[in-house]
Design a binder for this molecule. Structure first.
Ligand code: HEC
Length: 164
């Protein structure tokens, strides 16, 4: 095999179900700092703030608006008040802290109602399959609520929210 076709073959196999990639850091392999923050990107691909905004507001992706008021999205009605407004989140928290909060909020906020968006260890938390999506938990089909790249996109978006 030539060098070129080898790398093409690798690119083809790097994509697996659900848009995840072998380059992604799996939840179990995350290196945490002080148990609450994640300094390193989960994917190595910079987050896209526009895609993050879409994930933030979309009911079928992050559904963050159902719990958080966000003044950056006045076009969306019915913003929830279960959590604090995210206005200024990019000024209050570091990128590593936001990556930690979005991936596994219960480390920063024990007993939080905020879902764990990037953790696939059912022993660590109330399983989203039961508590959040209302689908029964099935280890064969279970996936994290957000993909690693969606976490990066949402973090990149939150970093743009510096006014409050
Ligand atoms: C079921 C409700 C719920 C959902 C859905 C939710 N959160 Fe939260 N979030 C909370 C609560 C409650 C807190 C406050 C922490 C605590 O529990 O004390 C919080 C805290 C936060 C904070 C820190 C707030 C601050 O003080 O600046 C950020 C940032 C955040 N959430 C982002 C998100 C993002 C991004 C999403 C979607 C991917 C999301 N949340 C989805 C409930 C939610």
């Amino acid at each position: 095999m030539t060098r070129r076709s080898l790398s093409a073959a690798f690119a083809a196999t790097a994509v697996i179900w659900g848009g995840a990639s072998y380059a992604d850091i799996s939840p179990a392999d995350i290196v945490w700092e002080d148990e609450i923050a994640i300094p390193a990107s989960l994917t190595g691909t910079p987050g896209d703030p526009a895609a993050g905004a879409e994930a933030f507001s979309s009911r079928s992706i992050g559904n963050c608006l159902s719990c958080h008021v966000n003044s950056d999205m006045p076009e969306h009605d019915f913003q929830g008040d279960i959590g604090p407004p995210v206005d200024g989140a990019g000024a209050r928290w570091s990128e590593a802290e936001l990556r930690g909060i979005v991936s596994d909020a219960k480390r920063m906020f024990p007993d939080s109602m905020m879902p764990t968006f990037y953790n696939d260890n059912p022993d660590d938390y109330i399983r989203p399959g039961e508590a959040y999506t209302a689908r029964a938990y099935n280890p064969e089909t279970f996936s994290t609520l957000l993909t690693a790249q969606q976490v990066e996109d949402v973090v990149a978006y939150l970093m743009t929210l510096t006014d409050w």
